[in-house]
Design a protein around this ligand. Structure first.
Ligand code: AHR
Length: 616
């Protein structure tokens, strides 16, 4: 088999081609990339009524020593529920509190990861009847091992008071909990309890290790915050950006009824914009267009939703003295965010009111912000759209063989009209399990097709990005984590092979073969680190035989550093191999020196493999 690469001519690949899609699914955000350790910090996972659902908070002590209930006495108007704790035992007399006191504890999201030497900032709002004492501690899951503790109240707190303390852990435990305990008779109210590690990604509240996994694939954009999360099963449960901004204590939180969990919405619209900026990725905001899975707003009454979107753009881009821009400024970001892309809804094209609603949004946004690029949910790859758009969404979840064959999906798509945004793609079902090599190789074949068609496909992102292993709502996902560990699935590693593609030059690369199991592409890209231009050739062998490939590169002044060229291979002994917490790198790229690097060279391609040749 021959691969002939002609480096004398090429065309630019869009700067935007490969990015990420973050959805609040699988506890990807709450209990995931957002570093808040406390789950249900305002005690209102059941909504605004009392008695409220305080889970996963639990009580320490029995009924003779305390009673715990919820009422609506909080100082926060948008989330009135507070927890009331009546301590019945005392430090003296005939009902002495047990050693360590009585109180409540929060196990976080399936255990808090507390690490020795690290500092955690705990914030609590508290009020009391009479003089009380309160200690805050980080402990093991049964409370027996104290990792850090401090007394935060020892007085009468008759008005709601914010208490803040820094706790340095003197031990490590990935399954820790936060305790609030007292050992004196009295009535205490708690609200808005937060515990965050001090050390977060760029100091902006994101879990460092998980975001570094994203940094490593150099995403050019982030589409957020969903997905179905944006739509809701019912409109009343959809993510609405205005409820997710401002001081975290005042955010009401909401129950996401598609992926079936409560979020305190500490990870809100502002934080998504901040993360995009911190990663150097373009934000792509998906907003609700008055349509959920089960109910829809009629086009004649959609204007409040349109205004909400316009206000959201002002929040992101408006002057710091504008109505919504001033809230952004107060949150610490006076400069506008670089928001240039919005998607009107998610997967709603077939809904009754989609077109009508879409046009209301389209016209209003183009009037107010002519430079904003608007993404339609209607697929324009096989026929032209009946409405104006800058991009159209294309989603595909399918079998491995089908996705691999879709390497040609956009070969015959019309080059006029809006550009394609493959905003969700993945192999799913039995070919994928919870992240197989087979799935990843099919995705690699598909991505090579997107690279080749990047004159019409301008953006692509895998979905979903993250899964907390304790809440697998959707399989597979790119990055798997629990409180203390994480790993990339083979699909994650495939994306790393494509991180240099955005903004690179696509070369003409011709495979001479009868096999339909091979696909290849070649690019040149310039490193921002050393300013050198590299040639990268990627080949997927989707067949079960080893292939001897003769590669010829014409028209490129390969220089003397050819000796530093490398070959990186993603493969494994079994097609269904997956990574796991115990074997996180079972299927991971293996890089070695390319000894015979030259203009003409023979390369052996392993069965079922993705190979990258990186030449200088
Ligand atoms: O990626 C998971 C889900 O798949 C998304 O929420 C939705 O857009 C699609 O159906």
């Amino acid at each position: 088999v021959n691969l002939i690469v002609n480096a004398s001519s090429g065309r630019p690949i869009p700067e935007t081609l490969f990015g990420i899609f973050f959805e609040e699914i699988n506890h990807a955000g709450a209990g995931g990339i957002w570093a808040e350790l406390v789950s249900n910090r305002g005690f209102e996972a059941g909504g605004q009524n009392t008695p409220s659902n305080i889970a996963p908070w639990s009580v320490i002590g029995d009924q003779s020593s305390l009673t715990v209930s919820t009422d609506r006495s909080s100082c926060f108007d948008r989330n009135k529920v507070a927890l009331r704790m009546h301590v019945l035992c005392d430090s003296e007399g005939n009902n002495i509190c047990p050693a360590g006191g009585v109180g409540i504890y929060n196990p976080g999201f399936w255990g808090m990861n507390i690490e020795q030497g690290k500092t955690y900032k705990v914030v609590i709002y508290v009020r009391s009847l009479g003089s009380i004492n309160v200690s805050v501690s980080l402990t093991s899951s049964d409370g027996s091992q104290i990792l850090a503790t401090a007394n935060i109240v020892d007085s009468d707190v008759s008005n709601w008071t914010k208490k803040e303390v820094l706790l340095e852990a003197k031990g490590t435990n990935p399954n820790s909990r936060l305790q609030l305990t007292a050992s004196r008779k009295g009535v205490i109210w708690f609200d808005q309890v937060s515990a965050m590690p001090l050390d977060t990604y760029k100091g902006h509240g994101f879990q460092k290790e998980l975001i570094e996994m994203l940094e490593d694939i150099k995403p050019q954009f982030i589409r957020f915050p969903g997905g179905c999360f944006v739509e809701g099963e019912w409109l009343r449960n959809a993510f609405r950006w205005k409820e997710s901004i401002g001081p975290w204590e005042e955010r009401p939180g909401h129950f996401g009824d598609v992926w079936m969990y409560w979020t305190d919405d500490g990870l809100g619209y502002f934080e998504f914009l901040q993360l995009s900026e911190d990663l150097g990725a373009r934000p792509i905001w998906v907003f609700n267009n008055g349509i959920s899975h089960r109910d829809e707003v009629d086009t004649t009454t959609v204007s409040p939703f349109v205004q909400e979107a316009i206000d959201g753009l002002e929040f992101a881009r408006g002057a710091s003295d504008s109505k919504w821009g001033s809230i952004r400024a107060a949150m610490g970001h006076p400069e506008p965010f670089d928001l240039k892309y919005v998607a009107v809804g998610n997967e709603d094209c077939r809904k009754k009111n989609y077109r009508g609603n879409y046009l209301e949004f389209y016209n209003a946004i183009k009037r107010a912000y002519p430079d904003i690029k608007i993404i339609s949910n209607c697929d324009g790859s096989s026929h032209s759209l009946d409405h104006p758009a800058d991009y159209y969404d294309f989603h595909i979840y399918t079998s491995a063989s089908h996705l691999f064959s879709m390497t040609h999906q956009f070969d015959h798509t019309s080059r006029s009209g809006p550009k394609a945004f493959v905003s969700e793609y993945a192999v799913t079902g039995k070919d994928a399990g919870t992240g197989s090599l087979l799935a990843a190789l099919a995705e690699a074949g598909f991505l090579i097709g997107l690279e080749k068609n990047s004159d019409i496909v301008e953006m692509a992102s895998y979905a979903p990005l993250f899964v907390n292993a304790n809440d697998r709502r959707w399989n597979p996902d790119a990055i798997v984590f629990n409180s203390s560990m994480h790993y990339g699935t083979p699909s994650y590693w495939v994306q790393k092979f494509f991180r240099e593609s955005s903004g690179a030059t696509l070369l003409d690369a011709k495979l001479q073969t009868n096999s339909s199991s091979l696909v290849a592409s070649a690019i040149t890209w310039t490193s921002s680190v050393d300013g050198e231009t590299y040639l990268k050739i990627k080949i997927v062998n989707f067949g079960n035989r080893q292939v001897s490939l003769k590669v010829s590169v014409d028209g490129l002044g390969l220089n003397s550093l050819l000796s530093g060229s490398t070959k990186t291979v993603l493969t494994s002994s079994n097609l269904m191999d997956e990574n796991s917490f115990t074997d996180p790198n079972k299927v991971a790229p293996d890089r070695s020196l390319l000894e015979n690097a030259d203009r003409d060279m023979n390369i052996m391609l392993s069965p079922y493999s993705l190979t990258s040749l990186d030449l200088l």
